[in-house]
Design a protein around this ligand. Structure first.
Ligand code: HEC
Ligand code: HEC
Length: 329
């Protein structure tokens, strides 16, 4: 009897251990990087800068910013140099947005354009490891080929900055689970028709990661039925903010907002710069990329509004700036 039990235990250890070893060795789904070199046209550089700064806020995650000023503007000369996320954000480990400048030693200087494209849209780093999907590649997989090329052209044009950062180190089991996130982009991704406001708005919302910040999350997934309904809490720089409900709910969302009010809200930040941004405190604390997004052309903001009107209204009251008895540690 005892012996049978022993065999059962050994069998379980072998199966579980084998599964574990297989997971440790498992490589994420990936294709080899394309060998093409991205040509930098003036049009691509302009569009790439726009996507990098204002639409996808690559700059927001991959730069050093002044968190004492409203909107946390980027320090002069620190665009794309990377950022180590502080532990109070509650990540499962150490998360580092790498240096994206073309510095050969500490940035992307030694990467081919194909490797950059693959990292951005497919979530695989140069060395073949899966990227933590906080880097929004699961959304960027829908970035059009032309926009992805434009972003790479723009990255290549950044001044190289030497800034050595540690690597992301995730805790078990997240470090193994993320291997299932990368997905190769196998078909051509055309640019959506920009004259179709709804379609282009949907595209901008996808690239802008609005759902990521504006949905309450559970285990890294938006709680079903609550997409865009706000309440995602950010505890950062000793302050706390919750994202707003941006569904068309009349009472608790943007239901009563006219298109003009929506546009004006963004454009209200258009003249805010590093120098004149007011101090950021608990009552105005935000992670919403107001400063970069205020630079979007009105047409693009109107397209976003058009799309947001079509999502399901969700009644979800959110206290965006809770009064805090004491600063959050
Ligand atoms: C919400 C924050 C966030 C945004 C927005 C974001 N990134 Fe990232 N990015 C990260 C993090 C964090 C990593 C590192 C993940 C890891 O190491 O597992 C990363 C990794 C990368 C890498 C791989 C670098 C390397 O050394 O492995 C590239 C390239 C990259 N990002 C480019 C971009 C571009 C281009 C954009 C905009 C289109 C962008 N990122 C937007 C957070 C972000
Ligand atoms: C990095 C996180 C983040 C991203 C990305 C983000 N938001 Fe926000 N947003 C917030 C937070 C936090 C607030 C609440 C604080 C504030 O109003 O600044 C907010 C507020 C807003 C508001 C104001 C709502 C109100 O009731 O006053 C609108 C409108 C909005 N976001 C729209 C968007 C859209 C559209 C996108 C995508 C294009 C987007 N946000 C992307 C974090 C984010």
């Amino acid at each position: 009897m005892k012996r049978i039990l022993l065999y059962v235990v050994i069998a379980i250890v072998v199966i579980v251990g084998g599964g574990y070893a297989a997971l440790v060795l498992k490589k994420p789904a990936m294709n080899p990087p394309v060998s093409e070199k991205v040509e930098a046209t003036a049009e691509r550089l302009q569009r790439g800068k726009y996507v990098f700064e204002s639409v996808s806020d690559c700059e927001g995650c991959h730069s050093e910013r002044n968190w004492d000023k409203f909107g946390a503007p980027v320090y002069d000369g620190r665009t794309g140099v990377g950022f180590v996320f502080p532990p109070e954000l509650g990540f499962p480990g150490k998360v580092v947005a790498p240096n994206l400048t073309p510095d050969a030693e500490t940035g992307l200087g030694s990467w081919s354009d194909g490797e950059k494209l693959r990292a951005i849209r497919e979530g695989v780093s140069k060395d073949g490891r899966a990227l933590f999907p906080f880097m929004p590649y699961t959304h960027f997989s829908r970035m059009s080929d032309e926009d992805a090329y434009s972003v790479v052209a723009y990255l290549n044009s950044l001044p190289p900055v030497k800034n050595r950062l540690p690597r992301t180190e995730l805790n078990f089991p997240v470090n193994l689970m993320i291997k299932f996130s990368p997905q190769p982009v196998t078909a051509k991704v055309p640019m959506p028709d920009r004259s179709n406001r709804l379609k282009y708005g949907e595209y901008l919302v996808e690239l802008g990661g609005c759902a990521e910040c504006h949905s309450q999350m559970e285990k890294g997934q938006a709680i079903e039925g609550k997409e865009f309904a706000g309440g995602h809490e950010f505890n950062f720089a000793s302050k706390l903010v919750r994202s707003a409900n941006i569904t068309p709910d009349e009472e608790t969302g943007l239901g009563k907002w006219s298109e003009q009010r929506f546009v004006d809200k963004f454009k209200g930040f258009a003249n805010m710069t590093y120098d004149n941004a007011p101090k950021m405190n608990q009552s105005n604390f935000t992670l919403m990329p107001w400063l970069p997004m205020s630079q979007m052309p009105e047409e693009d903001l109107r397209a976003i509004y058009t799309y947001l009107r079509t999502i399901k209204p969700v009644h979800n009251p959110v206290e965006v700036h809770p009064a805090l008895a004491a600063p959050v540690q």
